[in-house]
Write a new protein. Structure first.
Length: 533
């Protein structure tokens, strides 16, 4: 356990350092060192993050872990407070030095501790899409002028989208640019039309048996791009309701997809009503999503509206985001092994999800399912940290899933801590069996018997090193915890430390090897099961 913890901390240090904030062990007074994200610094904003060595206190009356309030200062002047451990300083002047500090309410002299100096970026040449001919009236097709602005933006420059409703089709990003959406700016993507041909994303990806030819369609895409920023307070609207009725007949596009890319920042914007997955990161190294809202505004039934899917990607930080989407809020994947087809098996590693809110009431059509790991995980998923998040009326906290037919699925070194989960809306389903679900029988054929072992082979799924700490679950609609490994491949090394469960049906645990429980409380609310092994 100690070795795994040290290993995880080492990898977390690496990802945090790459993303611009090493959460070091240098503690001044009560809060660990404040950092500014290098990748999270734009020409007008800076993402700040810190840590707190004190564990939160559990409040049984509220079924939650108590948070502390932090105060932020800019050049000695108070600019805000938050219960999160992240804050975005906005409305900054380009190419200007700032000193930021964070303190607890009882602390004094904020300028004397936990300070960081930041130089705001140069926006480079700014191209206003209006000057390229965009109308922004929601009637004229503005695809050509917006794409023209992107194509002619020099390296290090910015494409500025002012307030307005810009009706667009497919847009292709390029390296070394910033796309800024002003407040009240909306990129409204043209909906489904049976006679419209969407450009395909094409890329060559490495696989265990040589290169793999990848194709997809998306509304806004970046392929083989690097150093790209999408920022602002505007909205990207996928107009998904025009696509959803035809999900069995057509290939639907992602709203935003990056393929074989690196150093990506998506900050501040709202992305809503996707035709298919909202955001897909495929073979992406180093990306930050901060203060992004993933929403389903339309009340029409949606299909496969995942929020953000890191897939065969590494060093991804998701911080301070709001998920009020439909389907999985975040789905961490690493490829699907097909015996007679593409064998894409690049691992997904070093994913941090922190200070995010998952809310089933965030938008009129919100219906999020929580965080999924799998079921496409043939490349392996490892070194994942989920912490300091809140879930409200979401189908699950985390759903780690695979089955015998999902070959080579390997999930290891997952840490989940400081979580508050409540759900009165979603009942248990085969695809979401509990608030916390570790399920190696996900979608298994009817009649699969969890007590009957099959032969172990190199293709057999393996789950190990899954750690839960400081978790509160209030789930009167279903189970609190469901753990089901394979008889031939039990879930290995799983532990619960200070976990409080109040749920309809308690806890089910089976086919587990090396289970550790410390300070767990389970209160069933009328169900037949308490803790069952």
């Amino acid at each position: 356990m100690k070795v795994k913890t040290l290993l995880l901390n080492f990898f977390l240090f690496l990802i945090c350092f790459q993303n611009g904030f090493a959460l070091q062990n240098q503690v001044t007074r009560s809060v660990k060192k404040l950092q500014a994200l290098t990748l999270g610094t734009t020409a007008s904003s800076v993402i700040l993050a810190w840590d707190d060595p004190f564990e939160p206190d559990y409040q049984a009356s509220d079924f939650k872990w108590k948070t502390r309030e932090y105060t932020l200062y800019q050049n000695g002047t108070r600019i805000g407070s938050t219960h999160k451990k992240t804050f975005t300083a906005k409305n900054l002047s380009p190419v200007t030095d700032y000193i930021f500090s964070v303190t607890l309410p009882e602390s004094e002299d904020p300028e004397k501790w936990n300070t960081v100096k930041v130089t705001v970026r140069d926006p480079g040449k700014i191209i206003n899409i209006r000057k390229s001919g965009a109308k922004g009236d929601g009637k004229n097709d503005d695809t050509a002028p917006v794409q023209h602005s992107i194509n002619h933006c020099p390296a290090g420059g910015s494409v500025y989208i002012p307030a307005g409703n810009y009706l667009v089709g497919h847009l292709e990003l390029k390296s070394d640019i910033t796309l800024e959406l002003a407040k009240d700016a909306v990129l409204s993507f043209i909906g489904y039309k049976h006679d419209k041909v969407w450009p395909k994303t094409k890329a060559e990806l490495s696989g265990p048996d040589g290169n793999i030819h990848y194709e997809s369609i998306s509304l806004l895409s970046g392929t083989n791009v690097h150093n790209v920023v999408i920022t602002g307070e505007g909205i990207i609207d996928g107009n998904g309701e025009t696509w959803w009725p035809y999900y069995k007949e057509i290939t639907r596009p992602f709203t935003l997809e990056f393929v074989n890319s690196s150093n990506i920042l998506v900050q501040g914007i709202t992305i809503q009503d996707p035709p298919f997955w909202n955001n897909h990161l495929l073979y992406v190294d180093s990306a930050v999503y901060s203060d992004v809202k993933f929403l389903k505004v339309s009340t029409q039934d949606g299909v496969n509206g995942d929020g953000l899917n890191p897939d065969a990607s590494r060093d991804i930080l998701i911080i301070g985001c709001l998920f009020g989407n439909q389907d999985d809020a975040i789905a961490i994947k690493s490829g699907k092994y097909v015996e007679d087809g593409n064998k894409r098996r690049r691992s997904t590693e070093r994913i941090i999800i922190r200070d995010c809110i998952f809310d089933g009431k965030a938008a009129p059509g919100s219906n999020p399912l929580g965080i999924a790991i799998g079921s496409e995980s043939s490349g392996g998923v490892k070194h994942v940290m989920i912490r300091d998040c809140e879930f409200s009326d979401v189908a699950s906290l985390v759903n780690i899933k695979t089955n015998r037919e999902r070959f080579f699925a390997c999930v290891e070194d997952i840490s989940i801590e400081n979580i508050h989960y409540t759900n009165t809306k979603h009942v248990d389903r085969w695809w979401n069996r509990a608030a916390i679900s570790v399920d190696l029988f996900y979608g298994a054929p009817e009649g699969s018997d969890p007590s009957v072992a099959e032969s172990f082979s190199p293709q057999t799924p393996v789950f190990s090193g899954i750690h839960f700490k400081n978790i509160s679950i209030y789930n009167p609609a279903g189970k609190g915890i469901y753990i089901s490994g394979l008889p031939e491949s039990p879930v290995h090394d799983i532990d619960f430390d200070k976990v409080n469960v109040t749920s309809k049906d308690g806890v089910i645990i089976r086919n587990v090897d090396a289970l550790s429980v410390s300070g767990i409380s389970v209160i069933p609310l009328g169900g037949k099961e308490n803790i069952k092994k």
